[in-house]
Design a protein around this ligand. Structure first.
Ligand code: NAD
Ligand code: UGA
Length: 457
């Protein structure tokens, strides 16, 4: 089929390359002409495994083309996928300006019967709004607007697109859902489940799915706090919980809080929809607050338990919001850094992929090329992103490099054992000690003044 993809970001570029892989003719467009030019020269705007090869292969066959005219892209397509950004407004709701601008620019050039599929993550009711917006400009043309939410993760975008858990299609008429089913026929043949429903339901599936996943993370992070307070180990507790097939083991890794361009923004938008429509989502409202507070609490823990002197320095390992990506949007690592800096603490940070993106926010002196360089002269060291490389760090070399001795592993990646620490004091997330348990049993105390369980070192 002839398909158009509006937007050449994480979702747009992955969608475009994967649609070509599924056998479609694809034209991908973006308002950022410089971005398109870099992509045409094989210089992709993000670090994403498998994507450069897929883009190159399908550009070479001619199945995938790039162009800057949004209206021309839509004019030659039977199905137009909208994948532009949907950032947060100050009240948490979604800023629909990019989606509306995209629909406005192609409204007059759609062909008869074109299906517009909104892949950007949007609040319930957006497809209806875009239907009305296009209808006002398209002078009686037959077209439809469907919801086709995307569930890929950064760092495994191609694999997630090609082997999804499900495909969700929200449509208001059988022809539209049939056209979209046709696009994904190769995946349906491989057994991928389909949900065909209304546009409102499809929009809600996307927001509620992200809220549910974020809730699992928020929950396990609170379990981690409890483990620290009573001398437990969240890694075993998570394993034990996750083996219950009704709960499932994924998204139960305790850490510094969820970040990225999606969970924070999408939970805010979901909660804002609830407030706006009189169905307040208390659980998610609380989750957002707890996640926002977590990084500041962890920074305080580093300063107190790490005994950081005034104007001291902390080494940071990892800036990306998770491993496998160079994306630093709403990264927990950056939130911890902001909190430390606001208290006069100096920073030396390393990341294997995200340094270029971090340059926009941090000075050249704060960014270093190796983890050992980040540790050099530091009063404390934090592992903030779970890059596999950090698991093989040599504790002896870290100990020699650092001025202080406190290492905070907020991702539980360091495999160091007691007796191999070379004088370092390692604190893992959600891992308490026998000593902490005894303190709790004896005094019933071990609390910080804000009522949260105190963080043992
Ligand atoms: P992005 O910022 O990486 O890319 C968006 C692209 O759209 C940019 O290249 C921008 O120049 C382009 N654009 C903006 N306005 C345009 C217009 N009017 N016409 C044409 N192009 C325009 O964003 P992203 O991370 O790919 O996310 C896009 C959407 O998909 C968001 O709604 C997001 O919530 C959702 N989503 C993202 C992911 C993810 O992992 N990043 C996964 C699932 C869903
Ligand atoms: C997430 C969802 O997983 C995708 O399904 C969805 O399509 C996407 O958002 C979106 O809507 O845009 P992504 O943001 O790429 O994907 O990353 P995740 O792997 O979900 O991680 C999000 C955050 O949660 C990261 O900060 C990560 O470190 C954290 N996390 C994740 C944990 O702290 N613990 C876990 O067990 C899992």
């Amino acid at each position: 089929m002839r398909t158009g993809v509006i937007g050449a970001g994480y979702v747009g570029l992955t969608t475009a390359a994967c649609l070509a892989e599924l056998g479609h003719d694809v034209v991908c467009c973006d308002v950022d002409e410089a971005r398109l030019e870099r992509i045409r020269h094989g210089n992709l705007p993000m670090h994403e495994p498998e994507l450069p090869e897929l883009v190159a292969r399908h550009m070479a066959t001619g199945a995938l083309r790039f162009q800057s005219s949004v209206s021309a892209c839509a004019a030659e397509s039977e199905v137009v996928f909208v994948t532009v950004g949907t950032p947060s407004l100050p009240n948490g709701d979604i800023d629909l300006r990019q989606v509306a601008a995209a629909c406005e620019s192609f409204a007059r050039s759609l062909g008869h019967g074109t299906v517009v599929a909104i892949k950007s993550t949007v609040s319930a009711g957006t497809c209806q709004k875009m239907r009305e917006l296009i209808a006002r400009r398209s002078r009686g043309l037959a077209f439809s607007v469907a919801s086709n939410p995307e569930f890929l993760r950064e760092g495994s975008a191609v694999a997630d697109f090609m082997r999804p858990d499900r495909i969700v299609i929200g449509a208001e008429d059988p022809r539209t859902s049939a056209v979209l089913r046709q696009v994904y026929r190769p995946l349906e043949r491989r057994g991928v489940p389909f949900l065909v429903t209304t546009t409102i339901n499809a929009e809600l599936v996307k927001h509620a799915a992200n809220a549910m996943l974020a809730l699992k993370i928020g929950f396990i992070n609170e379990v981690a706090d409890l483990c620290e307070a009573v001398g437990g180990d969240v890694r075993d507790v998570a394993r034990g919980i996750g083996l219950d097939s009704r709960i499932g083991g994924s998204f139960l890794m305790a850490g510094p809080g969820f970040g990225g361009s999606c969970f924070p923004k999408d939970t805010r938008a979901y909660a804002a929809t609830g407030r706006r429509c009189g169905a307040v989502q208390d659980i998610v409202e609380m989750l957002i607050r707890r996640n926002d507070q977590r990084t500041a609490q962890l920074a305080r823990r580093v300063i107190e338990a790490g005994r950081i002197p005034p104007r001291g320095r902390v080494g940071i390992l990892g800036l990306a919001f998770k491993a496998g990506t160079d994306d630093i949007r709403e990264s927990a690592s950056l939130a911890i850094i902001r909190e430390l800096k606001s208290r006069g603490i100096g920073i030396r940070a390393h990341d294997p992929q995200a340094i270029d993106n971090a340059r926009r926010l941090m000075s050249a002196e704060e960014l270093v090329d190796s983890p050992y360089e980040a540790a050099r002269g530091a009063d404390a060291l934090i592992v903030a992103t779970e890059w596999p490389d950090y698991a093989s760090l040599d504790p002896a070399r870290i100990a020699r490099s650092m001025k202080g001795a406190a290492v905070f592993d907020f991702r539980n990646v360091l495999p160091w054992k007691v007796g191999e620490m070379h004088g370092l004091r390692l604190a893992r997330i959600g891992v308490g000690t026998r000593h902490d348990a005894d303190k709790v049993i004896e005094s019933g105390a071990n609390r910080l003044d804000d009522g949260r369980a105190a963080a043992p070192m």
